[in-house]
Structures are given as structure tokens and as C-alpha cells.
Design a protein around this ligand. Structure first.
Ligand code: TRP
Length: 452
């Protein structure tokens, strides 16, 4: 099939912006800095870079390839490719698991993104000007402890996401990434320059990220780095597969994947270069955890000259990044509903967006009404979704996608999709997809489940 029924990206660049939009999100700006901060900085960054290149890029190539070969929702793409390759029907589970993981991810993603919208408004109205630590912490608690405000912001964010998704691949997704992604890169550069010029602690921030100290390196850093690599590249649940289905035949998969992974890594590192200098300049701790972006950073902005302006820019950046990711998380399920029920895109987007919103209520209430309710042992609904998706579903999905592509997919399809690269590059990729990626993910996955 040369075109998808859902529409097509108008060029390779649009695909790269869309996939980079999916990849660049809360994972880069909110999660990467605090996880790096908690795991010794540079040691974690090094492990992360290794995971991105040896595991992330090959699995991304595999997902795009499957998507483009099938041209349908991940569920039906897996179904068709399984039949075409004469492999076992069990492989289809990859598509179903991915759609399920999508609901789990969007449920907690939209809650955090909702907070970012709330902070954008607070920042712009000068709430944090001159604020002290106590005020910043109290502000965060008062936002999260009220179920109505958390659900309200979550609802607003899901409504925006659903609206964009409902408009379709060309008018909705492509138009959104076409404007938001370039803006996002410019905002980030402005913020890095501001942090470099005005924080006075830029070098300290840099050395925290890049000065490797062997004694801070633990197995735990490796586990966290791999989970982060999957999450940040949107791999393991079919989001990139769904986007690959809309990629024109002539575009190169390998160079696209390398570009997307490169942009994503750049944004994560640049976010670190904005956040850590500001943290150090204000004598704060880099290891503050998930509150780093919502407590530490607003406090720091409140202390700095022109902090209101740059703080507002910062949260605009976060919200843009979150929207272009959220639309990709629900795309696999929307595309499947359209195919299955022959329904319109609008109906499908409302059903999937509505279902994601509903599951998200559980995550929203985890910070207030349901804060004592545990689902997995010792974990709130929010933490359970986060843990199950990131540490279990995405790695399993990733292993299965790589294994299917490497072992079960017909070699003819593999070679056709990678026709633009040399035989040598293809052979290296095949080894990475067949052995290196699945084996290392499986290994790290076992360690996560049994030793942490
Ligand atoms: N990659 C995004 C981020 O870093 C989140 C995301 C979007 C995602 N789509 C995904 C994560 C699919 C896992 C799977 O914020």
C-alpha cells in the first residue's frame, strides 16, 4: 500500500517534526532533569546516551519500518504483517498491548501536563515573584491537593489534545507540529542563552551533567537510563509505528530515526542546561525529584531578574512539548477505531480522548482523595500506571517489536523498507534489532522486576 487511509505527512520533514514532537515532551523537560539529578548526573547521562544509540535507535527503526509496511493502526498493521510474513498469530498481541499502554500513559501524562498549564498561568500573572521556598511548596500542595483543580486542568489538557487529534493527520497533527516544534526549539535556545548569561552558575550546571564520576555509577543508573530511553523516544507501544504508517515511501527510515533521536537527546540535554544552572544559582538541590520543575524551578524564577518573563516562556515550552506528545499517545487507538468501526475521525478521537480522560481521573485523584488508596503494593493509581507502563509494558513492547522485526518479519519487507541504505548498514541494523536490543532490554527488564 502506498498511502494510509488516515492521511499522510506531506514530507519527510513533517514526519520528523511529528515524531520529534512525540518524542520531545515531559520526559525531556520534567523527567530527564530530575531523574538525572537523582542518579548522580553525568553517570546517568552516559548510560542514557548508550541506551539511546544501541537500543533506542534500532527499535525506532523497527517501529517506523513496521508502520510503513502496514500503513494501518498498529493493531491491524501487526495483524497484516503477521499474515504476510507467515508468522505466528500471537505476534498480534504487540498491537493490543500498545493501545492499552497508551491509555495508561496518557492517564498520568495529562495530569502532569495539566499542572504545567496551571503553572503557565501562575507564572505569567507573577504569582512567584519574590516567592520563598515555603510559598513555592505550599502553592504546589494547594494545586495538587484539591481534586477539582487537578481534574479541571487535566480536563482542559485532554480536551485540547482530543480537539487536535479529531482534526486528523494533515489538518490536526501536522499543522500543530509544524508551528509548535520550531517555536519550541527557539524558546529552548532563548532559555539556554538566558541561563548561560544570567545565572552565573552555567559551568556548574554543565559539569553536573557531563563530568563523569565513576563512584556514582550503579546498576540502578542503568535501569533508570533504559526506562528513560524508551519513554523519551516514545517507543514500545506503537506511537512511532502509527506515525510511520503516514510516512511517504521515498523517505529514508534510518536517517529519520537518527535525526529524531538526536533532536530528542539535544532537547533533554539543553533542558538540563537551563534547569541545573538555575537550581545551582539559587543554592537549591538538583535531586529534588518530581517536584524539581514545579517547586524548585518556580522558586528560582521568582528570585531572578526577568524571572516572570522567562518563567512564563519556560512553561509555554513545557505545554507545547506535552501537547505534541499526547496526540501521539492516543493515535494508535484512534486509528484502530476508525478502521474497526468505519467511524469518523471525530467520533473516534472523542471516544479515545474520553476514555483516556476517564482513566486520568484516577491519576488526578491520586494526589488528593485517593492518596491513601494503593493499586500495586505501596503505589497510588498514578504511580501504578507510571510504573506498569514505563517499567513493564514499554520494555516488553520494545522487545517484542524488535524480535518480530528481526526474526518473524519477512526479509523481503525488511530489505524493501531499508532499501536506501547500504548492505553493510542493513547488516549492522539487523544484528542490533535481532540480538543487541532485545537481549539487553530483556536483561535490564529482569533486573528491574526482580531487584528494585
Ligand atoms: N516521549 C514523550 C516524552 O518524552 C512521551 C510519549 C509520547 C510517550 N508518546 C509516547 C511515551 C509513547 C511512551 C510511549 O514526554
Amino acid at each position: 500500500m502506498s498511502e494510509s487511509m488516515h492521511g499522510m505527512w506531506s514530507s519527510r520533514l513533517m514526519f520528523i517534526l511529528a515524531a520529534a514532537g512525540s518524542a520531545v515532551g515531559l520526559g525531556n523537560i520534567w523527567r530527564f532533569p530530575y531523574v538525572a539529578g537523582e542518579n548522580g548526573g553525568a553517570a546517568f547521562v552516559l548510560a542514557y546516551l548508550v541506551c539511546i544509540s544501541l537500543i533506542g535507535v534500532p527499535i525506532m527503526v523497527a517501529e517506523i519500518m513496521l508502520g510503513r509496511a502496514g500503513r494501518k493502526s498498529p493493531i491491524n498493521t501487526m495483524q497484516d504483517l503477521t499474515v504476510q510474513s507467515g508468522s505466528r498469530p500471537g505476534w498480534r498481541v504487540v498491537g493490543w498491548m500498545g493501545a492499552l499502554a497508551g491509555f495508561m500513559i496518557v492517564s498520568f501524562y495529562a495530569v502532569i501536563a495539566g499542572w504545567a498549564v496551571a503553572y503557565l498561568i501562575e507564572m505569567a500573572s507573577g504569582t512567584f515573584n519574590g516567592a520563598d521556598g515555603e510559598f513555592a511548596a505550599a502553592k504546589f500542595t494547594s494545586l495538587t491537593s484539591n481534586p477539582w483543580t487537578v481534574v479541571g486542568w487535566h480536563t482542559l489538557f485532554m480536551a485540547m489534545t482530543t480537539f487536535i487529534a479529531a482534526r486528523g493527520v494533515g489538518e490536526g497533527l501536522e499543522k500543530t507540529v509544524k508551528y509548535l516544534m520550531p517555536t519550541l526549539f527557539v524558546l529552548l535556545l532563548v532559555l539556554v542563552i538566558w541561563a548561560a548569561v544570567s545565572s552565573g552558575h552555567f559551568m556548574e550546571g554543565l559539569s553536573f551533567l557531563f563530568a563523569f564520576k565513576a563512584d556514582q555509577f550503579s546498576t540502578d543508573s542503568v535501569l533508570m537510563a533504559m526506562g528513560q530511553a524508551f519513554f523519551t523516544l516514545s517507543l514500545g507501544m506503537g506511537a512511532i509505528m502509527a506515525y510511520g504508517a503516514y510516512l511517504p515511501k521515498s523517505a529514508s527510515i534510518v536517517s529519520s530515526a537518527v535525526t529524531i533521536a538526536g533532536l530528542d537527546t539535544l532537547v533533554a540535554l539543553l533542558s538540563g542546561m537551563v534547569i541545573f544552572p538555575i537550581v545551582f544559582a539559587n543554592g537549591l538541590e538538583p535531586s529534588a525529584g518530581p517536584g524539581l520543575m514545579f517547586i524548585t524551578l518556580p522558586l528560582a524564577f521568582g528570585q531572578m531578574a526577568a524571572g516572570q518573563f522567562f518563567g512564563t516562556l519556560f512553561f509555554v515550552l513545557v505545554v507545547f512539548a506535552a501537547i505534541t506528545s499526547a496526540i501521539s499517545i492516543i493515535e494508535p487507538a484512534i486509528a484502530w477505531l476508525v478502521e474497526k468501526l468505519d467511524s469518523s475521525r471525530v467520533v473516534a478521537a472523542c471516544v479515545v480522548g474520553g476514555a483516556g480522560w476517564l482513566v486520568g481521573i484516577g491519576s488526578a485523584l491520586s494526589f488528593n482523595t485517593w492518596s491513601d488508596l494503593t493499586f500495586l503494593p505501596g503505589k497510588t493509581f498514578f504511580d501504578s500506571m507510571d510504573y506498569l507502563a514505563n517499567n513493564i509494558m514499554l520494555p516488553i513492547g520494545g522487545v517484542l517489536i524488535a524480535a518480530f522485526t528481526g526474526w518473524a518479519l519477512s526479509e523481503k519487507i525488511f530489505n524493501e523498507q531499508l532499501a536506501d541504505v547500504s548492505v553493510g548498514v542493513r547488516a549492522v541494523l539487523r544484528v542490533l534489532i535481532r540480538f543487541v536490543a532485545p537481549v539487553s532490554v530483556f536483561f535490564v527488564f529482569l533486573m528491574t522486576v526482580f531487584f528494585s
